[in-house]
Write a protein that binds this ligand. Structure first.
Ligand SMILES: Cc1cc2nc3c(=O)[nH]c(=O)nc-3n(C[C@H](O)[C@H](O)[C@H](O)COP(=O)(O)O)c2cc1C
Length: 294
């Protein structure tokens, strides 16, 4: 009898220990620190604060709006060199305030014949090559140029085509050979004409992926300008490489610019499936609340 009682007591003790441990865990769960993320819209529409568990990310609250301004992003402070908050990766470990950054829309009139009546300070500048290309045969208009035109249809602004002063060979094979030699030599070939990016605030920057990188005339172009204060939206066409790390390259080269997430579209899709290409562009623009400025 004594033995049965001891066994029963032992079982009860084990059960009590398990219960206490479980309670302890749930108590820890409820005691987890939470932090408040406040959004200071800096003159834009109000955005509600969010409460986040310590170490978690905060969900992007969406873009505020402000009459006469473009929203650029949420920043860690109002300092000019402040870092942009990366909603996908930045963990919240204290109470924080994120600050909206804005760019004033331009009301001045440009004499560029290609500019839409909305007179926005948006530039859609791209490098693109027609002639024979991979997977599309001989084309009259380059794939990236098609995407650039779709972007312009949606946001307005000015289109500008960067071209090498001396045209690349018309056959695909000769072009790839020449482009490779240029890349190996880190060449900065002359371009046919330039555009004054200093007149614009928002710049859509387009190019095909060539040998996993930007074509060399793009370097000639970007190294010739002061990018500080610009908001840059990169877009590329490719045949399998996607953006191929070029957004990081742009982030390091375009000093002082806010370089946004890029768009990558297959060249053959741009050339042969315009509706799909249009959808890709519109959904990318939506991510930034752009596209209604037609
Ligand atoms: C010189 C050259 C190099 C290329 N290198 C790549 C590459 O590394 N990765 C890739 O996905 N596509 C590559 N392509 C394919 C182009 O990125 C693709 O065809 C693009 O849509 C061309 O755009 P465009 O017509 O505006 O010039 C290359 C094409 C050329 C002509």
């Amino acid at each position: 009898m004594k033995r049965i009682t001891s066994v029963l007591i032992a079982i009860l003790l084990i059960f009590a220990a398990i219960t206490l441990t479980a309670c302890g865990n749930s108590a820890t769960r409820f005691d987890d620190a939470t932090y408040m993320v406040t959004f200071d819209s800096q003159g834009g529409s109000a955005i509600e604060s969010k409460t986040v568990y310590s170490g978690n990310i905060v969900i992007n609250p969406g873009n505020p709006t402000r009459e006469g301004y473009y929203f650029i992003g949420w920043y860690k402070s109002t300092e000019e060199n402040a870092e942009e908050w990366k909603f996908a990766t930045d963990a919240v470990t204290s109470n924080i305030t994120l600050y909206a950054r804005w760019k004033e829309k331009n009301s001045s009139v440009s004499d560029n014949a290609d500019e839409t009546p909305s007179e926005t300070k948006i530039l859609v500048v791209y490098f693109s090559r027609a002639d024979e290309n991979y997977s599309v045969g001989i084309i009259e208009k380059g794939n990236t140029e098609i995407i650039a035109e779709i972007i312009k249809e949606n946001v307005g602004g000015t289109l500008f085509h960067i071209e090498r002063a001396t045209a690349y060979p018309a056959t695909y094979k000769d072009c790839t050979d020449e482009a490779k030699a240029e890349q190996n030599a880190k060449a900065r070939p002359a371009i046919k004409a330039d555009v004054n990016i200093e007149d614009y605030d928002i710049i859509f920057l387009g190019y095909p992926i060539w040998w996993g990188d930007l074509p060399m005339p793009m370097y000639s172009f970007i190294e010739n300008h002061d990018w500080s204060g610009k908001v840059v939206y990169p877009f590329v066409t490719h045949e399998g490489s996607g953006l191929s790390g070029t957004v990081s390259t742009l982030k390091s080269k375009l000093v002082g610019a806010a370089v946004k997430d890029g768009l990558a579209v297959r060249g053959a899709t741009a050339q042969n499936s315009r509706d799909s290409a249009r959808q890709a562009v519109v959904s990318w623009l939506d991510d930034f609340n752009l596209g209604s400025e037609k």
